[in-house]
Write a protein that binds this ligand. Structure first.
Ligand SMILES: [Zn+2]
Ligand SMILES: [Zn+2]
Length: 314
């Protein structure tokens, strides 16, 4: 039996980056400590904050919700959970009850906003229309629409922060991806906390220093019942980058941490071309936008789809 290096009980995980074995209890304790450290180091949550946890029902978002719920037990913060139901058959319909159940267990109010009620169509239908009209691929489509709904719903729910479950793997992949694409503007906007000016609710990433694998183990040990199926629409350049980063990490443990640390040190020195643009309100949905129509309404217009609901939270 492999013993825990801290208490001698049976080890469940070997943390290669630190070279230590941990039992279930010491593992959970370590994850919770690292979560709190990321929160305090980056000042992600302030006293009396109303924080919305974006919950898809997958491992990362459930773990994020769980850790936020535990954090709120002894800190003066209020947590709500929000699920965007994109309408992906066989994928999202299974994860919503899981999101609901976990919120309930933590005594957290759970809000669902669906593509269908807002746009009159599910993502599956939107994807088909987009394909016929040579529009963007399902991931791009989903990303733009989901992002705007998350922001609008969070604002309507009067949230101070919107917390997402991005982990160390996501974050390092995005860093490398922006390098590969040469997208310095996007790169400069990455980080633990977005600025969130005017009508944009600041986004926070409390899990960005925890590996995907560690989150999976934490979710399993805490019996969160996460929905593990991958989205049927996933693909593209990110999977190539994921493969590359994982290979580097395997041969050189701590690679992921180094990529993140390097970026965090570099970030204040990235020249940001902050164009002084005027933020207007989108003519259709009222979301902040640099143009007359926001990206999501422009996209819907190109697909000849009319938005049904303007206000999300009644
Ligand atoms: Zn132990
Ligand atoms: Zn709009």
């Amino acid at each position: 039996m492999q013993e825990c290096d801290f208490c001698g009980r049976r080890a469940v995980y070997y943390q290669r980056t630190a070279g230590v074995h941990r039992c279930d209890r010491c593992f959970i304790e370590n994850i919770e400590k690292r979560f709190r450290r990321t929160v305090s180091k980056n000042n992600l949550i302030e006293p009396d904050d109303r924080v919305i946890a974006a919950v898809s029902g997958g491992t990362d978002s459930l773990t994020n919700l769980h850790l936020l719920g535990k954090y709120a037990e002894y800190k003066d913060v209020e947590i709500l959970s929000l699920t965007i139901d994109e309408g992906i058959e066989g994928y999202r319909d299974e994860s919503i009850p899981i999101a609901r159940k976990n919120s309930k267990k933590l005594g957290i109010e759970h809000v669902v906003v669906s593509f269908e009620e807002v746009f009159g169509k599910k993502l599956d239908e939107l994807a088909k229309i987009s394909q016929e009209k040579n529009g963007p691929d399902p991931c791009t489509l989903c990303g733009i629409l989901r992002r705007s709904l998350l922001n609008q719903a969070s604002r309507e729910l009067k949230a101070d922060k919107l917390a997402t479950g991005h982990n160390l793997d996501d974050e390092t992949q995005t860093i490398i991806l922006n390098y590969v694409r040469g997208d310095i503007a996007r790169l400069s906007r990455l980080g633990a906390k977005s600025k969130g000016k005017e009508r944009f609710v600041p986004r926070i990433k409390p899990l960005r220093e925890i590996k995907e694998k560690e989150i999976a183990i934490y979710a399993m040990l805490n019996d969160l019942g996460a929905h593990v199926d991958n989205c049927p629409y996933v693909g593209g350049m990110r999977s190539e980058v994921r493969e590359f980063v994982n290979k580097m990490e395997k041969n050189h443990p701590t690679t992921k941490f180094k990529i993140l640390r390097m970026f965090d040190k570099l970030k204040p020195h990235i020249p940001v071309e902050e164009e002084e643009f005027d933020l207007k309100n989108c003519k259709i949905c009222g979301e902040p936008s640099t143009k007359k129509l926001c990206r999501s309404c422009e996209l819907l217009k190109s697909l000849e789809i009319e938005r049904k609901e303007k206000t999300l939270i009644s």
